[in-house]
Design a protein around this ligand. Structure first.
Ligand code: NAP
Length: 248
């Protein structure tokens, strides 16, 4: 079940954290994985090598998702190299935290440019080939805070709520072309993004996570791999929460 043989998958922000695990999961399921990164070329190459070492196929595509021209050009090159893109995991994202009164315009703009405009630009560019093929899977990476909010994360949470609206709209727009669009909303996952949390913050957090642990990137990747599969063909416009029960 859930095999992806013959599928071409692009994972933005595939060099580290959740994106890396998504690349590895899709590669293990048989997809050819295109690993996107912005700065971490060496890390992205490691991901591609790890997939190849297990008998899978992988390629690299370095571009900044916030640069729409680069997105269009790079996704065009991926399509020229591989003939199509069947799967997009729009995972690349940043967090800039801060209380509302200290939130700077430039931080809001940066958050929006990467987390929302970047994700939508990638979906726009990748979906052309999906529409032609009448098969596609788009997964946006949201967050538990996009649905429940969090003090000190107004800017970040707003971007993560925005991608839910984007995914639901695309789900309606592309349903007749057999292209699904869904959202994965992780809770607190152990990656570079959450590495700055203090033990006290983690202890506090565990009080509100029924499963009593932080999540792993593999927990999130498994949900993404399911949504990208043939078997998930009747699932669109949904938010799949991978949060240990923190928000239900
Ligand atoms: P991470 O470890 O910080 O990795 C971020 C990834 O995004 C890296 O691969 C990075 O590439 C890439 N990236 C950042 N800006 C980019 C840009 N402008 N263009 C292209 N790639 C870019 O983050 P993570 O924790 O894995 O998070 C991945 C996604 O899950 C994000 O959307 C995040 O908001 C979401 N999420 C995370 C958590 C969590 O607890 N960790 C919870 C909920 C949601 P480089 O290596 O090249 O810098």
């Amino acid at each position: 079940m859930f095999r992806l043989d013959g599928r071409i998958a692009l994972v933005t922000g595939g060099s580290r954290g959740i994106g890396r695990s998504c690349c590895e999961a899709l590669g293990a399921q048989g997809a050819t994985v295109v690993v996107n990164y912005v700065k971490g070329e060496a890390a992205a190459r490691e991901v591609a090598d790890a997939i190849a070492a297990k008998g899978g196929k992988a390629d690299l595509a370095g571009f900044d998702v916030a640069d729409s021209k680069a997105v269009d050009a790079s996704i065009g090159e991926v399509v020229s190299r591989h003939g199509k893109i069947d799967i997009l995991i729009a995972n690349a994202g940043i967090a800039i935290d801060g209380l509302l009164l200290r939130l700077k315009d430039e931080d809001l703009e940066r958050l929006w440019a990467i987390n929302v405009r970047g994700a939508i630009a990638c979906a726009r560019a990748a979906s052309r080939t999906m529409m032609r093929a009448r098969w596609g899977r788009i997964v946006f990476m949201s967050s538990v805070v996009g649905e429940m909010g969090n003090a000190g994360q107004t800017g970040y949470a707003a971007t993560k709520a925005a991608v839910i609206g984007a995914a639901k709209s695309i789900a309606r727009e592309y349903a007749s072309r057999n292209v699904t669009a869904n959202v994965v909303a992780p809770g607190y996952i152990d990656t570079d993004m959450t590495a700055g949390m203090t033990d006290a913050q983690k202890e506090q957090l565990m009080k509100v996570v029924p499963l009593g642990r932080t999540g792993t990137a593999r927990d999130v990747a498994a949900a993404c791999a399911y949504l990208c599969s043939e078997e998930a063909g009747y699932v669109t416009g949904q938010v799949l929460r991978v949060n240990g029960g923190m928000y239900m």
